[in-house]
Design a protein around this ligand. Structure first.
Ligand code: ZN
Length: 248
């Protein structure tokens, strides 16, 4: 790869400062762990960003130099400024940036704004999860077996109020019997979006090799692919028939 993929891993980074058990697992924040395994590919230039950083971690110069934005938020969704959310949404719609939402990002402002629903679901106690590979041919499923088990993860359950995914790559079954569409792709405008369920702050899912592979695959997949195309924020009126070119 000629140029590295510019990935920004954004984390609200609050639980790690306030809860001892989370701090013990992710002393530098869970974004540091995610950033580390993405960097290890050698193909990605990773920037870490947090809610309490300047400009909520995403000043224009960072956002405008991000090819894929990875997002983890939970307790502070409401603090994310609407102005920033609008900038993120626009950048995704224009195909300038992919978006990978992790775990409780299903309820984050950017995810909801980009996909267009409230992202509500049901949730419950931490338990065993079986992640099923529903689309082995999809690039995000590369290297992932038929299924794998996460010994402890927060239960998320249908009904999950998202639009029908453009590709449903993973589905999960939980010990209590609940099921979830747990790995979902959406095409929004000219941009690509993936949401993946594992990643509760008291669980070790971000250390699971398959979870790491899926998030890594998702970043590669979400890289913008509309370079050189005329994607704009406008809706222009065409006055000259395209076919005219052939009639000259
Ligand atoms: Zn959680």
């Amino acid at each position: 790869m000629a140029e590295k993929i510019r990935v920004t891993v954004w984390n609200e980074f609050r639980h790690e400062k306030t809860k001892e058990n989370v701090k013990a697992l992710y002393p530098n924040g869970l974004h540091a762990v995610v950033g580390e395994f993405l960097s290890a590919t050698g193909d990605m230039e990773v920037t870490l960003a947090a809610l309490d950083d300047e400009a909520q971690g995403l000043p224009d110069e960072v956002l405008e130099n991000t090819d894929v934005l990875v997002w983890w938020g939970h307790m502070a969704h409401k603090e994310v400024s609407d102005e920033l959310v609008a900038k993120i949404q626009k950048r995704v719609y224009l195909g300038k940036m992919g978006f990978v939402g992790l775990h409780s990002a299903h309820h984050s402002k950017p995810f909801r704004a980009i996909v267009g629903t409230n992202g509500n679901l049901q949730w419950g106690r931490n338990q065993r999860e079986v992640v099923w590979n529903l689309m082995p041919s999809h690039p995000i499923a590369a290297g992932i077996p038929d299924h794998f088990i996460i010994e402890e993860e927060e239960m998320y359950s249908e009904p999950f109020y998202i639009p029908q995914p453009d590709a449903l790559v993973f589905g999960s079954w939980f010990e209590d019997g609940n099921i979830l569409r747990s790995g979902c792709c959406f095409i929004r405008g000219a941009g690509k979006v993936f949401w993946f369920q594992p990643g509760h702050e008291t669980c070790k899912s971000f250390f699971n090799p398959y979870v790491r592979r899926i998030i890594t695959n998702a970043v590669y997949w979400a890289v913008p692919s509309v370079d050189g195309q005329s994607v704009t924020d406008k809706c222009p009126h065409i006055t000259e028939p395209i076919i005219g070119e052939f009639n000259k």
